[in-house]
Design a protein around this ligand. Structure first.
Ligand SMILES: NC(=O)C1=CN([C@@H]2O[C@H](COP(=O)(O)OP(=O)(O)OC[C@H]3O[C@@H](n4cnc5c(N)ncnc54)[C@H](OP(=O)(O)O)[C@@H]3O)[C@@H](O)[C@H]2O)C=CC1
Ligand SMILES: O=C(O)C1=N[C@H](C(=O)O)C[C@H](O)C1
Length: 241
């Protein structure tokens, strides 16, 4: 496939490597302050654009790629306040957009496990639930996109929790507390913790590197080919087996 990369940082480089290993061609790379490239024949010749930039630039990038008629696969976090606009572009205007807060297979299995455990814990109010996430010091958003997806999985299944909040803001016992830590070069650790007077159950996903995120994004790009609409990892992965 002919792939354009929007954002050439940690993820852009990792995706380039895996995409080339899988036989794809990187036809255009657009990094910071290179907006003129959205009008280039190289960008317009791409079959899909993979976007990993920053919370404040993502939406503008999506609009520019859509204007050029290029489907987008994006993993950028922290822009979801604008999700409705993107869904509308996919619905009414026939655009193609694949989004995941986390593209790794392991995290998506962890998401399924999290929902299952939350459903079980709904029947056991003696357990309180909280979450922790740890990432590298360069991360711009908190909590992480993955933590928000995990929180949504818990809130959809546990009646006694009504919303999430960061750190000490979560004083209300009905609110799901998320602690976000920034340390060194940690690729990403997420834990969901259930605690009762008697014991503690912790489930954790610990990314060893960025390979899983990057492979998932390239698999999503391959999956996107020829499709229309708003796509997610639930379309790509079949956990019903
Ligand atoms: N969904 C998932 O599986 C994953 C999601 N992420 C998310 O992806 C995003 C990027 O992560 P990561 O690669 O680690 O971050 P980096 O900061 O390493 O890379 C981002 C790159 O995008 C560039 N950039 C910033 N603004 C623009 C713009 N308007 N147009 C083009 N390029 C731009 C940056 O340039 P400059 O450095 O000059 O600012 C930088 O080169 C984050 O939101 C992160 O949370 C990360 C890993 C996995
Ligand atoms: O910024 C990162 O690095 C990561 N961001 C994503 C998130 O916000 O969940 C995915 C992964 O945890 C790494």
């Amino acid at each position: 496939m002919k792939i354009a990369l929007i954002g050439y940082g940690k993820m852009g480089h990792e995706i380039e490597k895996i995409a080339r290993e899988r036989g794809h061609e990187i036809v255009c790379i657009i990094d910071m302050d290179e907006e003129e490239k959205f009008d280039s024949s190289e960008f317009k010749g791409a079959e899909v654009a993979i976007e990993f930039t920053s919370p404040e630039s993502a939406l503008r990038n999506y609009r520019q790629a859509f204007a050029a008629g290029i489907p987008v696969v994006s993993g950028t976090t922290g822009w979801l306040a604008h999700l409705d606009e993107i869904k509308e572009a996919c619905g009414k205007n026939g655009k193609t957009f694949f989004y995941a807060s986390n593209f790794s297979l392991g995290v998506n299995i962890f998401f399924a496990l999290n929902k299952y455990l939350a459903g079980l814990m709904n029947h056991y109010p003696g357990y309180d639930v909280r979450m922790e996430e740890t990432h590298h010091i360069h991360k711009l958003d908190a909590p992480s996109g993955t933590a928000i997806t995990l929180a949504e999985g818990i809130l959809a299944n546990i009646d006694r929790k009504e919303g999430w909040a960061l750190d000490n803001d979560a004083l209300d016992k009905d609110t799901l507390r998320i602690d976000a830590f920034r340390e060194g070069e940690v690729p990403g650790i997420h834990s969901v913790i259930y605690e009762s007077d008697a014991d503690l159950i912790r489930i954790t996903h610990d990314a060893k590197n960025r390979k899983g995120f990057a492979l998932g994004a390239v698999l999503a790009a391959e999956f996107t080919k020829g499709k229309k609409g708003f796509l997610t990892m639930e379309d790509l992965l079949d956990f019903t087996r």
